[in-house]
Ligand binder design. Structure first.
Ligand code: ATP
Ligand code: MG
Length: 367
């Protein structure tokens, strides 16, 4: 990546439900970082509620401001209607497409905390290809003339282009993580082996599609021995990946997967580290990055002031990290971890009685 910009303009898209509570919370934390970049923020519209008011879920103006003025964005959450609504499609899916955010990056790491007494130790980073696979949504249904019963089909698209981009990001992130670890004293490093990329696939069954994925990601290392020679590479069939991840989550460093497998294993991994309210993600492209907490709009608690802001704060950290402001990002992560480790100021999803604002104030105190 190029040099980190010294003024960072961030588009804030709270969208629906608790997005309106956790995105302002993350902004407050960003604003209180000292000796970091100078921040500018711009609030932007999108979401299901916005669609209900205006008939559009992602207005052109939001896209224009993001593309022309912003270095990155923070997205809250969208409500997903339980039934199909004519004319509506998810704005975050559209953003990923329009801004070419081709990888979803999701760190899943344990923190020692009274909130998670049975926590397994793990520190993995899942990279999910974000543009193709079954998500091209090419489906059709027909009636089998012989049986008179319905048959449904879906196409799955895997390209060398997208697989190579995702694979390259995986190897680069493995090197970056290693560099960051080396800044810590040995006893504080969780991962003590060579950096490692685990390629997830099912090419024993899907030999053409997953075969191309596997071969292309492997080639990233094989064709760049100077750059990636120090990164170990292993493969894991997706079913045994799930099994191993629950039995032995400490065995993974960077994991890279096609879209659908990545979706499934990253939600599974989130279950290993506590609440949905603490897991961040970033949608990353070559020119833009959008931080996005993994959770949804949580209509059951929206407006009550008790949403856990940690996933959003960590997503803001990921945003900074991908813009090159790594030291500021690390400060944010450390402050959040300190609050969790202390275990006194916790929102109800973590068994506490504190509010969103209480948690933000606790994070600020630790910054
Ligand atoms: P959506 O349709 O937007 O995905 P949902 O009903 O699936 O909404 P999620 O946001 O996915 O809701 O959340 C699932 C559960 O986890 C809900 O009970 C919600 O309250 C809880 N939850 C999610 N995020 C948070 C958070 N940040 N803080 C506290 N609880 C949360
Ligand atoms: Mg949900």
């Amino acid at each position: 990546a190029s040099a980190a910009p010294s003024t960072v303009k961030i588009g804030l898209i709270p969208a629906d439900g608790i997005g309106r509570e956790v995105i302002p919370a993350a902004r407050t934390v960003l604003e209180s970082l000292s000796d970091g970049p100078k921040f500018e923020f711009v609030n932007l519209d999108a979401g299901f509620e916005y669609f209900q008011k205006t008939g559009t879920a992602l207005p052109q103006e939001t896209l224009d401001v993001l593309k022309n003025e912003c270095n990155g964005a923070l997205f809250g959450a969208v409500s997903s209607p339980s039934h199909k609504v004519a004319g509506y499609s998810s704005p975050i899916v559209a953003l990923r497409k329009k801004l070419d955010l081709y990888a979803n990056v999701r760190p899943v790491a344990s923190v020692k905390s009274p909130a998670f007494p049975d926590q397994r130790e793990l520190d993995m980073l899942i990279i999910r290809e974000n543009t193709e696979c079954l998500y091209i949504k090419s489906e059709r249904q027909e009636v089998d003339p012989e049986t008179g019963l319905k048959v449904a089909w879906a196409d799955r698209k895997i390209t060398e282009y997208a697989s190579k981009r995702a694979g390259t990001m995986a190897f680069n992130m493995a090197l970056t993580r290693q560099k960051l670890r080396e800044q810590k004293p040995l006893e504080k490093r969780f991962w003590k082996q060579n950096p490692r990329v685990t390629i997830v696939h099912k090419s024993n069954v899907m030999s053409v599609t997953d075969g191309l994925w596997r071969e292309t990601v492997r080639a990233v290392k094989e064709q760049n021995p100077d750059k990636y020679g120090g990164v170990d590479m292993e493969e894991q069939l997706v079913d045994s990946m799930v099994y191993r991840m629950f039995r032995e989550p400490e065995a993974f460093d960077v994991v890279v997967a096609p879209n659908l497998y990545g979706d499934i294993i990253s939600d599974g991994a989130a279950a290993l580290v506590g609440s949905l309210g603490v897991v961040p993600s970033a949608n990353v492209g070559d020119d833009f990055v959008v931080g996005e907490p993994v959770h949804g709009s949580a209509p059951d608690i929206a407006g009550k002031g008790i949403a856990n802001p940690i996933a959003a704060i960590r997503s803001a950290g990921l945003l900074l990290e991908h813009l090159g402001h790594t030291q500021q990002a690390l400060k944010m992560y450390d402050a959040v971890d300190a609050v969790l480790a202390e275990g006194k100021i916790l929102t109800p999803d973590l068994g506490g009685k504190s509010t969103t604002t209480d948690v933000v104030n606790a994070v600020l105190k630790n910054l």
